[in-house]
Write a protein that binds this ligand. Sequence first.
Ligand code: NAP
Length: 322
Amino acid sequence: MTAAPAPAAFVPFRRVALIGLGLIAGSMAHAMRQGGLAHHIAGHARSAETRAVAAEIGLVDSVHDSAAEAVAGADLVVLAVPVGAMGAVAAEIAPYLEPGAILTDVGSVKQAVIDAVAPHVPAGVHFVPGHPLAGTEHSGPRSGFAGLFRNRWWLLTPPPGGDAAAVERLSGLVRAMGANVDLMEPAHHDLVLAVTSHAPHLIAYTMVGVADHLRRVTESEVIRYSAAGFRDFTRIAASDPTMWRDVFLHNKDATLDILGRFAEELFVLQRAIRMGDGQQLHDYFTRTRAIRRGIIEAGQDTAQPDFGRTPAVPVPGAASAD
Ligand code: NAP
């Protein structure tokens, strides 16, 4: 692929090492290539099968059997494995990280990843944790695409007193891949994501589970008439089971807090329905409609009737803010 020139101000990384070669790492590889943002992209995945697919489709410039080989000489290392695997991977690569290198991750939870990774980071290596708020329900080395991060947010949660130049350098890469950067405290990140992503995913999993258990509605009816809201739940509930198991296990407190509040609200609406309180339901739905308008105005979705499920670029699934 011919690389387009990077934005004038951005100096490409010499060697980027992607550890994990799934949706997020693959999308980064495509975006970095398209933008000419790295001279060499090295990759490693745990299984021989994923490594073989990555090599076959030319996802990265070099595929390595070990994470240590991939990170050797890299000035940027990206941990793109499930949240629960971050600590072990960091311990494995730590002795091979170059002084001055930037180490980042893309995990959907931040405090638990920092707790697991930071103790392994050698002096002179700059750890800048991150999380792209972009995803689809697809996973694996074939699922990535260059436009995944376009106009999405990428949150960075650097430690206090960390290297400001490293944060700026990583921010430059993120912007060059089309995303917007914001800095946040890790605990605040985890609470925000519990509201916007983690609890909604659990609710979607639950709703699909309810339909599965409800024998009075046949499976074919659920599938045939799924346009009525259920379809969106099924898309979310098709997300990678390993990734989401790890998200809930590692963002336990914030998710449980939000689910507690959710249950309270649900009881309020349940009672309004039981009591026939149409005014309360109408007022509630009017407030929630305003939130939807705010999301559209912020450019994070379109006002089209498919609620933005049709992506702007041809991809094997619609993008969602994970
Ligand atoms: P993915 O497509 O499932 O890819 C995961 C990669 O991690 C695969 O290459 C896999 O290797 C490797 N891996 C899995 N378990 C591992 C282990 N125990 N040790 C070492 N490597 C392991 O996942 P993804 O969607 O790219 O997600 C990667 C990270 O991004 C996760 O931390 C997730 O929370 C975060 N994230 C995901 C989304 C999203 O919507 N998907 C959005 C934002 C952030 P094999 O293929 O060889 O098993």
